[in-house]
Design a protein. Structure first.
Length: 382
């Protein structure tokens, strides 16, 4: 079968069929787990109280900790860290203690829920993986590892980085086109990814200071136990940050004991300011303004385009504009209709989504409003 170079953008609704938690539910789960440890009283509570006071003065509205909007809370913490508002108490280059704690709690809750997926639920994701073709690209905005696990369960080849190289040199590299695989780009990171860079910097700092202290890391001090492996393979440029990111296969071991306050997975935690932490995986976005032009399929599954994520609006607008409004027939092959899958029963909810994706020509969209499930699957990938 000819490669169609289809693009599939998948959001939280893709994983909802498996029972994974969404925003408000995720915050309650994280809060509950934190309260089962000393970390709530010793660390999280003070930042929660500070945010609640801030929120009261900002909006003249009192809220309880259970009413906290997770994205607003993490945005507050992100600004505090990125601008180093705590001065010398700023913890690490990747976040302060509560940020690391929340990233770890988010990753753990999603991991635990994913382990409860039934064989019946896995069947849908396995069918999805089996219907993909070499050359297809998945742009995932989810932290979970459902799509990778589905590929592995059915024995399909995939890679977690944009390009594989046969060789590299100072001026570039020779791209390898020999692999028959699907590309999976996790644009917001993954619950099982860890960046070794901060740990390497910490070790160098300790050496410069002449300290006898030997820094440790929950993953990189235990790479064999954690079954950590790079997300890339083959030759890479020396400054390629993806070469510093490792995928941990034994996350169950990572989640034993208390969550770390100094290290956490590479995930862009839900926040209005998340883009400031994108550097480790920034290369995933390279050249995306061209996406959609020479592709023969484009699907948006379970993604609602949050209003505050302006960077996503810009990228997805351009991709859809390329797909719908540039050449429809290329080398004798015609593009299929753009497919849009979301869960919206009420007409007002459908209209709200249409307004949010106002750049789409909805007359040329295959719209599925029952969400991603066994009944709608056949109409999503043909």
């Amino acid at each position: 079968m000819k490669k169609r170079y289809r693009i599939f953008i998948i959001g939280a609704g893709f994983s909802r069929f498996a029972g994974l938690p969404l925003g408000a539910e995720l915050w309650k789960l994280c809060l509950s787990r934190a309260k089962n440890s000393v970390l709530y009283e010793n660390k999280l509570k003070s930042d929660i109280d500070s945010f609640i006071r801030y929120k009261k003065f900002k909006s003249n509205k009192s809220i309880t900790e259970s009413q906290i909007d997770l994205e607003e809370f993490i945005s507050y913490l992100d600004i505090e860290h990125f601008l180093a508002l705590k001065g010398s108490d700023t913890m690490t280059s990747t976040g302060n203690e509560t940020q690391h704690l929340l990233r770890n709690l988010i990753a753990e809750e999603i991991f635990r829920k994913q382990n409860l997926i039934t064989e019946s639920q896995w069947k849908l994701y396995e069918n999805f993986a089996n219907r993909l073709l070499p050359g297809d690209t998945i742009l995932s905005l989810n932290y979970d590892t459902i799509i990778e696990t589905a590929f592995e369960r059915v024995g399909r080849k995939f890679r977690l980085f944009p390009q594989r190289f046969e060789s590299v040199n100072p001026s570039g590299g020779v791209v390898s086109y020999n692999q028959e695989e699907v590309t999976v780009l996790k644009l917001h990171g993954s619950l099982d990814w860890f960046d070794i860079t901060p740990f390497e910097e910490f070790k160098k700092y300790a050496e410069r200071m002449g300290s006898s202290y030997k820094p440790t890391h929950p993953v990189f001090s235990n790479t064999m136990t954690m079954a950590a492996e790079k997300i890339v393979d083959g030759p890479r440029q020396p400054d390629d940050h993806l070469d510093k990111i490792f995928r941990v296969r034994n996350m169950k071991y990572y989640f034993t004991g208390l969550p770390s306050l100094t290290h956490s997975p590479v995930i862009l935690a839900p926040s209005h300011s998340k883009i400031v932490y994108i550097n480790p995986i920034k290369s995933f976005w390279f050249g995306m303004n061209a996406y959609g032009h020479l592709n023969f399929g484009l699907s948006i599954i379970g993604f609602s385009l949050p209003e505050h994520d302006e960077y996503l609006y810009q990228v997805i607008y351009q991709m859809c504009d390329n797909y719908q409004n540039r050449e429809q027939i290329i080398s004798g092959r015609r593009k299929t209709k753009l497919t849009f899958v979301n869960f919206a029963k009420a007409e007002k909810d459908i209209e709200k989504l249409k307004r949010r994706f106002n750049f789409l020509d909805w007359n040329r969209v295959n719209s599925i409003w029952e969400g991603f499930n066994k009944e709608t699957f056949a109409n999503i990938i043909k």
